[in-house]
Ligand binder design. Structure first.
Ligand code: NAD
Length: 247
């Protein structure tokens, strides 16, 4: 039976949207979860919300672009739990502006969170996973990592890089029994999408062969499977969860 058996999981961007759903499903399947968010207020709110649902999690808000900040917190987590079994790199931002309207600073902001922060997180947990001779690292990619998108180039560029990190580190870390995979969601119903009018959503649905937008649960289920021992022979994979949507 699928069970995360008290495994210790760190989930970045765990305060809302897809990340919060991953937190919920990991808890439901008996993981110990530590969520990371962007600031005290959102982290406290998410921890409280989960508490009201009867679940206990620790929350932190390191600067994901500061390796030393992350490293200190990861060390603290390891000392408290004695293990770091699963890392989910989910925090991310997107972009939609055309290149003429995008500044190099905006491009860099996306790369910093969507790529460099993932590098920092992985670098911080890998020594512990190597010591344990086991670990699972899961990254959130996107369907745009396969097809690109017609504006907001920083976003697909960052997700192509996420795929590169995933496939390369899967090969590098396999000898330590560390699996590295990514989930590539299609359009998913998060707060942002909920606020869009129907006339914008309907044409999007029309292009999806399964004729619906993904739910956060659809995406979280894929993370759960890849995190579990049922996926013990799967590494270096970018798993699309997109209803066969093609750009
Ligand atoms: P969201 O905006 O609802 O949540 C983003 C999360 O990232 C939040 O928990 C937030 O705290 C965190 N975050 C944002 N900026 C941060 C920062 N500077 N430092 C630390 N944390 C920060 O987004 P979502 O839609 O749930 O997206 C989650 C992931 O899924 C992202 O990587 C996104 O690219 C990817 N994705 C989303 C969709 C979609 O349609 N929603 C589709 C494909 C991929």
């Amino acid at each position: 039976m699928l069970d995360l058996n008290n495994k210790v999981a760190i989930i970045t961007g765990g305060t809302r949207g897809i990340g919060l759903e991953i937190v919920r499903i990991f808890l439901q399947y008996n993981a110990k979860v530590i969520l990371f968010g962007s600031g005290k207020e959102t982290v406290d709110k998410a921890v409280k919300k989960l508490e009201n649902e009867g679940k206990k999690v620790d929350g932190y808000y390191p600067n994901l672009n500061n390796y030393y900040d992350i490293n200190k917190i990861v060390e603290e987590i390891y000392e408290k739990y004695g293990h770091i079994d699963i890392l989910v790199n989910n925090a991310g931002i997107s972009a939609s502006k055309k290149i003429d309207d995008t500044t190099s600073e905006e491009f860099l902001d996306i790369m910093n969170l969507n790529v460099n922060a993932i590098f920092n997180m992985i670098k911080a947990v890998v020594p512990y996973m190597k010591k344990q001779h086991s670990g699972v690292i899961l990254n959130t990619s996107s369907m745009v990592s396969i097809y690109g998108q017609p504006s907001g180039v920083g976003y697909p560029a960052s997700k192509f890089a996420v795929n590169g990190l995933t496939i390369s580190l899967a090969r590098e870390l396999a000898e330590f029994n560390i699996r590295v995979n990514a989930v590539a969601p299609g359009i998913t119903k998060t707060d942002m999408l909920e606020s869009l009018p129907n006339e914008l959503i309907e044409p999007l649905i029309e292009k999806i062969p399964l004729k619906r937008i993904g739910e956060t649960k659809d995406i979280a289920n894929a993370f759960l499977f890849l995190a579990s021992d049922m996926a013990s022979y799967i590494t270096g994979v970018i798993l699309p969860v997109d209803g066969a949507a093609r750009n």
